[in-house]
Write a protein of this length. Structure first.
Length: 224
């Protein structure tokens, strides 16, 4: 998997510093045929340094007791997250409860869908965007690096011949994912490189995609 974590720079290992500094870090991309639409996230925040420092203090106050508890008893940190979906009765779909709303996923237009339902591939990219954005925000607050706002973009390449069983040589799943940030910040090159490196390191979804874990599936008939 190739993940570009900074505009114009492809990372082959840990985060690397960008080549030049500017106040707005911009990414120019255009989704093309054969790609899922990129996920988007936009982060708004206070623009004064006092607010940034205050956010960092509040984060430390909340997280410090948790960290101490996890050091005393590592078992407290081991949590199993769960998701549940309901198969559509009248259409090819699956409804997933997100905690805030019900997301109904269906076929991508490239596989016969009409585009009215969410694409699960897009949802995967959106999960990456959300996780990376929150992680970067938390790292910036913790290190008191001022980030007034910005956007996070993710895009992934798919060959739909794979999932449609058109070609055995075509892979099923993303062949490449690119993640980029456009930050409104006065931070130095070194600070931005640190933000990127730590976001990569501590973003749960990024690490899961970059270092895949074993996945086991099972099925059973419902009891009557």
């Amino acid at each position: 998997m190739t993940i570009t974590s900074f505009p114009g720079k492809t990372l082959e290992g840990p985060g690397q510093a960008p080549q030049r500094a500017s106040r707005r870090r911009r990414t120019n991309w255009t989704p093309s045929r054969g790609r899922c639409q990129p996920g988007y996230a936009h982060h708004e925040s206070e623009k004064d340094g006092g607010a940034v420092e205050g956010a960092g203090e509040r984060l430390r106050e909340v997280q410090q007791p948790l960290k101490e508890a996890y050091r005393r008893d590592p078992g407290q940190a081991a949590i199993t997250l769960r998701a549940r979906g309901e198969l559509g009765a009248e259409q090819i779909s699956c409804s997933v409860a997100t905690g805030q709303a019900l997301a109904v996923a269906g076929l991508h237009p490239a596989t016969g869908g009409d585009g009215s339902l969410a694409c699960s591939g897009d949802m995967l990219l959106q999960a990456l965007v959300a996780c990376a954005g929150v992680t970067l925000r938390a790292v910036a607050a913790s290190l008191r690096i001022p980030v007034a706002g910005g956007t996070v973009h993710a895009e992934g390449d798919l060959d739909f011949r794979g999932t449609l069983a058109v070609s055995k040589d075509a892979p099923v799943g993303f062949t490449a994912i690119r993640l980029s940030f456009e930050l409104d910040t006065e931070a130095t090159e070194e600070q931005i490189a640190t933000l990127l490196r730590l976001t990569e390191r501590y973003c749960v979804v990024y690490q899961t995609l970059a270092h895949p874990v074993p996945v086991r599936a099972s099925a059973a008939a419902q009891a009557v």
